[in-house]
Write a protein that binds this ligand. Structure first.
Ligand code: DHK
Length: 154
């Protein structure tokens, strides 16, 4: 049996259509692929003495399962739930059940887009929200996650 050493990883969880980054509406989401973003998150986390466990799924239920997994395995979660951000009560409930910080993250700024993106079912249970900075949103979110993991909640 192996035992984990060092701090728990930051889970970076990505929802639907984010596997298509690079080809998907580049005017909105940019030309970076999700693999590019993963590499930048890994690099930033390493500089902070942390690790990331970076995942993507198109399934809402899989995101719920990964949030449950994060309870015992992660120090914090960076979550870009894609369009489920605007629809999912299940994600809201899963986040609410956790006692680790969840940072809602978006490449674009949903508040400046279509009105259906102005609603987030998860913002109210997230620790905070970072949006609008393209791939840098993820870097800022990893930094926020590392900060939250190091500093006890107020
Ligand atoms: C990604 C999506 O797929 C959209 O459904 C959200 C988010 C915005 C983003 O900007 O990363 O509305």
């Amino acid at each position: 049996m192996t035992s984990q050493t060092g701090p728990r990883p930051i889970f970076v969880l990505n929802g639907p259509n984010l596997n298509a980054l690079g080809v998907r509406e580049p005017a909105i989401y940019g030309s970076h692929t999700l693999a590019d973003i993963e590499a930048r998150c890994v690099e930033r986390a390493k500089a902070l003495g942390m690790t990331v466990d970076f995942r993507q799924t198109n399934s809402e239920g899989q995101l719920v399962d990964w949030l449950h997994e994060a309870r015992d395995k992660a120090c914090a979660v960076v979550l870009n739930a894609g369009a489920y951000t605007h629809t999912s009560i299940a994600l809201h409930d899963a986040i609410k059940s956790l006692d680790i910080p969840v940072i809602e993250t978006h490449l674009s700024n949903p508040a400046s887009r279509e009105s259906f993106r102005h609603v987030s079912t998860i913002s109210g249970v997230a620790k905070g929200v970072i949006s609008g900075f393209g791939p840098v949103s993820y870097i800022l979110a990893v930094e926020a996650a590392a900060h939250c993991a190091a500093v006890p909640a107020p």
